[in-house]
Design a protein around this ligand. Sequence first.
Ligand code: HSE
Length: 305
Amino acid sequence: MNSIKVKSPATVANLVCGFDILGLCLDSPLDEFTLSITDTVGVTIENIDNYNLPTDASKNVSGAALLKMLENENDIKGFHLISNKIIKPGSGIGSSAASAAGVIVAANHLLGNKYSKLQLVDFAMYGEEVASGAKHADNIAPAIYGGITLIRSNSPLDIISIDHPELFVTILHPQIEVKTADARNILPKEIPLKNAVTQWANVAGLVTGFMQHDYNLISRSLEDVVVEPYRSRLIPHFYEVKNAGKNAGALGGGISGSGPSIFMLSSTAEIATSVELEMKDVYLRTGIEFHTHVSKINKEGVKLA
Ligand code: HSE
């Protein structure tokens, strides 16, 4: 096999209280990548979307991840990538992770699936570093493993897939850009012990709620006293949207990744659709352009197209 096409999913990182450690995989939107093995050294990139992303591989999220993988390879010289991004960069639903994870899973197929999922996450994190300056795995891991994942440790990497009940995700994406690097820079380097206690109680509650399929516990645990107070200022009408979603029956929600997207979790597709209507209603009155999506949790991650 010399060429392969994959579809790579959007993801929601943090899941409110789990900054940099929790994430889930969405069914849609999906990027498309066609990857081929070439005889030329390095990675060449052809973009067929309108995002004007860098074609210099070392400055491109997909390219940087593939270059890292090539450092490990003696049998092949290079890759050619045709990149069709659907997930808008800077949207907060894991656009850079979809780029890095998608091409790394594609490359692994071309190489006879020789690498473990853990190794694939490790390669893909080099792409994430190009995007945000930080090698966080909370979008990459759910994109590669599917479902809901916990990054217990970044170094050495320790990733745990978390069982969960049926969940539906409603996303509202204001058409403004929040750069992950900027959204990280505004966070305090230290937090009061009292807030840390509240936060880790909520993380433990959320993971237990997922594993015990306890919607009420999930709902009670979707609270963030560490990051949301700072980042919510970057997202116009954040609390109005969040409250509208909760009033429509969502279990809870908050900022998706580093924003500007806002996500809500619901126990049924019907509730997720009512939540979408109420969130839309808030934004229709603001004059700010936006998109909404409703998605199931994708248990598979990156898949062959
Ligand atoms: N955990 C990262 C952050 C996700 O919140 O900065 C970025 O998509």
